[in-house]
Design a protein around this ligand. Structure first.
Ligand SMILES: [Zn+2]
Length: 307
C-alpha cells in the first residue's frame, strides 16, 4: 500500500469505526414534515433495513436501481436517494428540476455510476460534492467533470491522487438553477475545510454531507469553525424555512435539524470554554483521539480543534 492508499484506508476505517460506534438517535421534537419528506425518510429507513437485514419485501418506495455497489430508491419524480455499499451507507442524491438535475456525491466505489445516473434521469446534470472524502468522492472518475469547494483541494490530492476528471470550483452562495427549483451552496467547514451544504428553499430541505456529522461528527477542523458553520446554517434554515438536511450517511432517522445545530453550537462553546472536557479514546484514527457527546450525537476531535 502506498502512502496515499494508507491515508485513504485510514480515513475509511476511522469513519466506519466512528459511524458504527454510535447509533444515530432521532431528535425531539421531530421536525414537521410534508408527506413527500416523510416518504423520503421512510425510503432511507427502508434502504438501511435492506442493507442490514435484507428485508426487501418491506420496502415501501419503488426501487429505481440496484447492484452490488449502490441502491437507488425513487422518493418522487424529483428526488432519488442512493445508498452506497462501500461503507456505512454513504448516501448519494439525484435531484431533478424542470430543465436539469444534480447528482450530490459519488459514493466509495461505483464504477458504473454515470450509467446509473443516466438511467435515472434524461436531463443534463452536474455532479457536485458535499466534501472530498473517499466515501463521497470515490467514484468521481465516472464523470468528465465534478464540482467541489476549492478548500478541499488538499484532500483531493491526497485521497484521489490519480483522478482524471475535470475539477470545477463551487463558489460560496452559488446557485444551481435546475428549472423550477434551485440549490444554493453554503460553505460549512469543520468536518473538512471544504465541506458544503446545498440548500433548497423551494422544497424546505438541504443536503449537508458530513458537515454536521450524521449523529457522529469527525471534526478535522476546530470547534470555532464548527460553531460558525452551525450558526451560519442554522440562521439560513430559520430565515428560509429549511426544516431539515439530508446528510451523508442517512439512516432515515438522523436528519440534521435546527435543534441538532443548536446542540452542536452549545457543545462547541462548552468545549472551547473548558467547561466540558472530552474523553480520551484509545482507537482514535488519524489523531482524532478525543470524544465529546451531546444530545444523541458525538464529536470526535483532537486537541488541535481547541485552537
Ligand atoms: Zn466525510
Amino acid at each position: 500500500m502506498n502512502k496515499t492508499s494508507i491515508i485513504a484506508a485510514a480515513v475509511l476505517a476511522m469513519a466506519a469505526s466512528c459511524t458504527n460506534g454510535l447509533k444515530p438517535q432521532p431528535e425531539a421534537p421531530a421536525p414537521q414534515l410534508t408527506e413527500v419528506e416523510k416518504a423520503g425518510i421512510a425510503g432511507c429507513d427502508s434502504i438501511v433495513r435492506f442493507e442490514r437485514g435484507g428485508m426487501l419485501a418491506e420496502l415501501s418506495l419503488p426501487l429505481a436501481y440496484a447492484d452490488s455497489n449502490v441502491v437507488f430508491r425513487k422518493v418522487n419524480d424529483d428526488l432519488y436517494i442512493g445508498s452506497g455499499h462501500g461503507m456505512a451507507s454513504e448516501t448519494l442524491y439525484l435531484i431533478e428540476g424542470a430543465d436539469s438535475a444534480l447528482l450530490i456525491d459519488t459514493g466509495t466505489s461505483i464504477p458504473e455510476l454515470k450509467q446509473v445516473a443516466d438511467s435515472l434521469t434524461d436531463k443534463p446534470y452536474k455532479v457536485i460534492l458535499t466534501h472530498v472524502h473517499p466515501d463521497h468522492a470515490g467514484s468521481i472518475d465516472a464523470f468528465d467533470e465534478v464540482w467541489i469547494n476549492e478548500a478541499d483541494t488538499t484532500n483531493l490530492r491526497i485521497m484521489c491522487p490519480d483522478r482524471k476528471c475535470k475539477i470545477s470550483y463551487i463558489k460560496e452562495g452559488q446557485i444551481f438553477n435546475l428549472g423550477g427549483r434551485s440549490l444554493e451552496a453554503v460553505f460549512t467547514p469543520g468536518h473538512t475545510p471544504g465541506s458544503t451544504t446545498f440548500m433548497d428553499k423551494s422544497h424546505g430541505y438541504g443536503f449537508s454531507g458530513d458537515s454536521f456529522g450524521n449523529g457522529n461528527l469527525l471534526l478535522t477542523g476546530n470547534f470555532s469553525t464548527l460553531k460558525a458553520s452551525c450558526q451560519k446554517a442554522l440562521d439560513y434554515m430559520v430565515a428560509n424555512n429549511i426544516r431539515f438536511l439530508f446528510n451523508g450517511h442517512y439512516f432515515g432517522s438522523n436528519p440534521e435539524t435546527p435543534q441538532r445545530l443548536e446542540n452542536l453550537i452549545r457543545v462547541s462553546e462548552a468545549v472551547l470554554s473548558g467547561k466540558t472536557l472530552g474523553t480520551q479514546v484509545q482507537d482514535g484514527m488519524i489523531g482524532l483521539n478525543k470524544v465529546v457527546t451531546g444530545d444523541g450525537f458525538r464529536i470526535c476531535y483532537s486537541d488541535k480543534a481547541l485552537n
